[in-house]
Design a protein. Sequence first.
Length: 427
Amino acid sequence: MFIRLLATVAALALLSGPALAADPVRSVQKVLASKGYKAAVASLSDTHDQTVADLITLTEIPAPPFKEAERGRAYLARLQAAGLTDVETDAEGNVMGIRRGTAHVDGGPVVVFAAHLDTVFPEGTDVRVRREGTRLMAPGVGDDTRSLATLLAYLRAMEAGKIRTKADILFVGNVGEEGAGDLRGVRFLFNKGKYAGRIKAFISMDGADPRFVVNQGVGSKRYHIAFHGPGGHSYGAYGMVNPMAALGRTVTDLYAITTPTAPKTTYAASVVGGGTSVNAIPHDVFLEVDLRSESAVELARLDRQLNEIMANAVAQENKARSTRFGPVTYEARVIGERPTGRTDEATAIVQLTQAASRALGFETSFEASSTDSNVPMSLGIPAVTIGSGGLAGRAHALDEWVDVEKPGSLKGMQVGLLSLLTLAGAE
Ligand SMILES: [Zn+2]
């Protein structure tokens, strides 16, 4: 028990240890100069064709929100083949496996390195990859399939370099990052999965740009608001309440709000629908609204304002016209809620990620974004989101592309590897 405790303390110390926090640049330089790291980078280069092949294969397995299972199975098989232990699919659909560290303790702390399995594209989207020179084009090829392939490349590289880390690393292909998925995969991982409470640091690889260190999670709240009314003939029932008028007032009043620019806080009335016929007062109309902020306080304020606006818009409509056949009512359903969060710039994970990016010649910047890291950030667990390297564009569009040109890709890929090895304590 005592030995176990000591080992746990040692493993924790390496994640929050003063040496690392005090001098992330030196820690990064030490890894960079090591024989193992050089061999690992050589492996990234030697197996580049394999990485591209993995990218194409995985991209061509559709993974719409809530339908990531087939891609998950393919990824699970690759994690197994890479030699990880405890390879499994959890109850939410995340696939994962452990690369044991030298400070391993059963039930002890882990460092997580994750990429998301899901894409934004619905079932039936043509996900075949088209290739023009070094450019690969397909929905989802960059966001986030390239990161999935990059994780596999890191596993090969660490084996080739015979690199041992102190910490256990949990490699994860998670579900539910995009849109309606609402971060369900990572939420499960941190709150309900068997590693809940054991994750001491989290790196999400999402997107491409190796200069960006996302250390701030933009929170959001999303509503589907249904307005109902008695409906009626547009001419014959003229003078009756109309849910469309309440919807219109809601949008107009929302757009009269001035939100702060810092912390950046935004809203959008984004989707509308409903109605019966051009010559009918509608029974049912709906509106969808997206609220976002870097600050939990501002997001809550905006949320309250929207709720007051909806209630008032409906009350005004019921006053303005006849409710003889029934009033206008509404029902606001939350369809998405992502917590805000922040990993302080002085935190070791942010410092060393920045140091890794700089050591490889990139001008880094701190960014705010909505990613899987929102969840650990909101729980106070050190987390960052970084890019997988290489040029890419048109994420979330049908003509999404990545460039797998070798020197540029390899340079960018090293940022994640160097960050991970430094964080996990390469020996
Ligand atoms: Zn993504």
